[in-house]
Design a protein around this ligand. Sequence first.
Ligand code: ATP
Ligand code: MG
Length: 267
Amino acid sequence: MKDVLEDFRVSEAPYWRETGDEITLFTAAWDARIPVMLKGPTGCGKTRFVEHMAWKLGRPLVTVACNEDMTASDLIGRYLLDVDGTRWQDGPLTFAARHGAICYLDEVVEARQDTTVAIHPLTDDRRVLPLEKKGELLKAHDDFLIVISYNPGYQSLMKDLKQSTKQRFGAMDFTWPGPDVEAEIVAHEAGVDADTAQRLVEIGARSRNLKGHGLDEGVSTRMLIHAGRLIKGGIAPKAACSMALVHSITDDPDMRDALDAAVSTWF
Ligand SMILES: Nc1ncnc2c1ncn2[C@@H]1O[C@H](COP(=O)(O)OP(=O)(O)OP(=O)(O)O)[C@@H](O)[C@H]1O
Ligand SMILES: [Mg+2]
């Protein structure tokens, strides 16, 4: 019989550089089946961490990119019409709950609140999912867990999780790793030497000081990796930083000047 989870298994270890006790904490939450909320700015490693943990725990990973057009049916499932009549199709949440996968709801605040409440019965002691249209009360598999992510600070007051949603989760805050660790990550992911990685990380640190002073957000680890990959591909460091860091993060000429100056200090 075909393994329905085959496509969702994480076969190779996704690289993760431990920065604190995140692996211990996530594992403890998993053992206790406490749903986990990962918070942190864009490009800080939330998705990579979930992939790594799914691999480490040997669980398949079902990822859902949430958006405001998403309905509860998109998560739960619906009847489809085909030549033989109607056929029920599990949505990703139901699929994960039925078969015992980790269900990762990325950017969960983007979903409307009436969609988000669909996860409530799965994220408390009940661990069930009522499939009302189908007349089924699905009991979640023992190995099912919900993980959600969001970027605090990007949301307006209108777009936040309800307390009744938040309070169902254990939360982990992700921030930028220390400079040596971040340089190690950039060197590993971009394939650049340690010295180049260190310089990129210094530029990143300068940009993060400009957060709230003209920049909405500092340069992320992801952007530093992009710059590193361009350099690795033969692009001169200044041009690589200009493309991967400066021009993508801001259109403001003064901010660009400030960032270009930081780039020139290090390259
Ligand atoms: N501790 C770490 N170990 C390994 N890689 C890391 C680590 N932290 C960050 N990264 C790297 O940063 C990149 C961006 O991380 P990721 O895509 O997981 O960010 P994210 O927090 O999910 O961002 P978004 O909120 O935009 O989805 C990854 O490709 C990964 O290479
Ligand atoms: Mg992500």
